[in-house]
Design a protein around this ligand. Sequence first.
Ligand SMILES: [Zn+2]
Length: 407
Amino acid sequence: MRRNDCRLCKSKDLQMFLQLGPQPLAGKFLKPEQLNETEEFYALDVFFCKNCKLVQVLDIVPKETLFSEYFYAPHTLLSKHFTSYANEIVKEFNLNEKSLVVEIGSNIGMMLKPFKELGVPAVGVEPAQNIAAMANELGLETVNDFFNEKVAKEIVRQKGKADLIIANNVFAHIDNLDEILLGVKALLKPNGVFVFENHYLLDTLEKVQYDDVYHEHLCYYSLLPIIPFFQKYGMTVFDAKKINTHGGSIRVYCSNSAKLILPSIKQLLDAEKKAGLDILETFVAFGKKVQNNKIEVYQLLHSLKSQGKSIIGYGAPARGNTLLNYCKIDSGLLDYIIDDSPLRQGKYTPGTHIPIVSVDQFRSQQPDYAFLLAWGGYTESILQKEQKFIEKGGKFIIPLPETKIVP
Ligand SMILES: [Zn+2]
């Protein structure tokens, strides 16, 4: 299904600037017996709303297909992030044992846990049945459902209204944001705060992170379109800060009523306008850059392969599949991909059918090149970790923001 209006402002004045499809679902890794089955491919076109400036994908894969069973297990680095985030927010808004925190899209409860440890009651809402069950087993109270007004009212009935609602890296996943906001309004106390974190469009552009575009991510946020959207619901975006997770994110604070707007908002809005996030030309130029990068990456891998070099993929995050499919990199170019997650080992990448193996194979075989797929934000730590590979003559190929070989 493709919608024909902007997800936030409903304008039909939309302009496409990047075509990454057809793409399979990025998280749909294949079991060996699924290799001969027909895979579903979907368009993946990226649009700019000329009215409110929201960047978005209009093709919608049903949320039940995407999220009813979900395998994303957050990185251990993120656990530290959520702990300090929870500590910060408990202090900032004076939360205590009488408060109520609700997290939308709470996954396995990585942020519910620190709240619980700080003595602040917290409830999660998580649509993936398998993951919600894991959280509940860990004693982290989780409602297994998609968050909406009905679920919100049920929480109010059982526990009263919330002082704080959080949504981390889920705001991009939702097609019907009005449904979420109606739920937030029903659940939040009049003086309550809604805080969300999301990948930041400014970073996507600056670091050419087009591999962040996949069907799960429907929206690519800057503050420009967010502020009027919350205004529509009588909410005030009063603070925001840039943070380092996922290669560059933003944390946005919204109050349920009028509130003093902090200087951070003007600073970020100025930076967004300076970067041209309010004009179509910026995105057209970005689209061209992405196309050129595709050609560079493909030619480099082909030329190395024709010289008889062995190349493997390093890391199999879902986002890597956008790049692999868009650049047409398959098992003819990469022998295999290594990944730490046992959930992915033994499987194949969707669309490109590259086998995923454990890191042991990489250590024992010492290929000539490792093509970095898990590059977003982790490049430095990976290069450090793989000093031995490099000392033995191994090289990394880093695809973005500029294609390069190190060392
Ligand atoms: Zn719009």
